[in-house]
Design a protein around this ligand. Structure first.
Ligand code: MEV
Length: 330
């Protein structure tokens, strides 16, 4: 039996634009998704994932080796889709199909924009491989997990899966099927407060919505996306110089452009503006939007209180530097 953990992440700059090849700057957080795997001697795959609201779902490998989910729970199925596709790809990659019991737990709100689906994909693939006695290189792991996201969502950048695999603070630029990733050393401690509200749209739908706008009015949307790319580059410089004021200003501009793309919501905007009003150096939504999470550049208790007063919840998180790791191996 093996337990793997993979971290969540926040995107400091660049969400959505990164789907179009622009860079993103992301930070892995010390909140984790855990997958415990135990090999079986039949061909069944049992997934017990209370935090993903998947408890007791039983999945069987069919004759041809496909993983077949026996049930359909509407919205819940989207979380299951990541687990299911992760197992399929791990089986294909290792060329080994055995039944397995999986238990999945999360310290983060699931589907809130903190990268839980990427962490599920990464931790499931690594747990399956390790439980069967295989080693898997981190580059390969993050490539496979990215494939899971692309297959389930239709379109995805490598940002979340890179962060769940490697941890740290990373400048990520997709180049075709490859990912340029450069670890970034901050010039100062970056205090972040995370606020979240329930999601009203999925990442898949939001990415598709931006894509539709891009196709219908490319001359308007493309400059916004390019501008977000420039903000990310400048944001990286500001982070390396430890210039928190500049980082905050860039976060504010980035949020405005994300709002212009239509991915913010009233509740997200309320949290973002309340945080600034309470003294945050900057604030923006983080992740895909449609509800979910925002970040405020601050360590002030007043900022936390202001976020809570809008009806949001506050999550305290620091930096994760390890990425996906084995927690226990019995
Ligand atoms: C989701 O955390 C970030 C998006 O840019 C989608 C992606 O990068 O795949 C919205």
């Amino acid at each position: 039996m093996i337990t793997i953990r993979a971290p969540g992440k926040v995107i400091l700059y660049g969400e959505h634009a990164v789907v179009y090849g622009e860079p993103a700057l992301a930070m892995a957080i010390n909140k984790y998704l855990y997958v415990t795997a135990r090999a079986r001697d039949d061909n069944k795959i049992n997934i017990n994932a209370r935090d993903l609201r998947l408890a007791g779902i039983s999945v069987t490998i069919s004759e041809g080796g496909d993983v077949v989910a026996k049930t359909d729970y509407g919205a819940v199925i989207s979380a299951l889709s990541y687990v299911k596709r992760a197992i399929e790809l791990a089986m294909e990659y290792l060329d080994k199909k055995v039944g397995i019991d999986l238990e999945i737990r999360s310290e983060m709100p699931v589907g809130a924009g903190l990268g839980t689906s990427a962490a599920v994909a990464v931790a499931t693939i690594l747990a399956y491989a390790k439980e069967l006695g295989y080693d898997i290189d981190k580059r390969e792991l993050s490539r496979l997990a990215w494939q899971v996201e692309k297959d389930v969502q239709g379109s995805a950048s490598p940002t979340d899966t890179t962060m769940a695999t490697f941890g740290g603070i990373m400048y990520i630029k997709p180049e075709g099927n490859n990912t340029v990733m450069e670890p970034v050393k901050p010039g100062a401690n970056v205090p972040l407060i995370i606020g979240y509200v329930p999601r009203i749209s999925t990442t898949k739908d939001l990415v598709a919505m931006v894509r539709r706008k891009y196709e219908i009015m490319r001359n308007i949307i493309e400059p916004i996306i390019k501008s977000i790319g420039l903000i990310t580059k400048k944001g990286r410089e500001a982070l390396e110089m430890g210039d928190l004021e500049l980082m905050g200003t860039l976060m504010n501009i980035n949020h405005g452009l994300l709002d212009a793309l239509g991915v913010s919501t009233r509740q997200l905007n309320d949290m973002v503006y309340a945080a600034r009003h309470a003294g945050a150096l900057g604030s923006k939504l983080t992740g895909a939007g449609g509800g979910g999470c925002m970040i405020a550049l601050s360590d002030r208790i007043e900022v936390e209180k202001a976020i809570e007063l809008t009806g949001g919840s506050v999550l305290r998180a620091g930096l994760d530097t390890n990425g996906a790791t084995i927690v226990s191996n019995d």
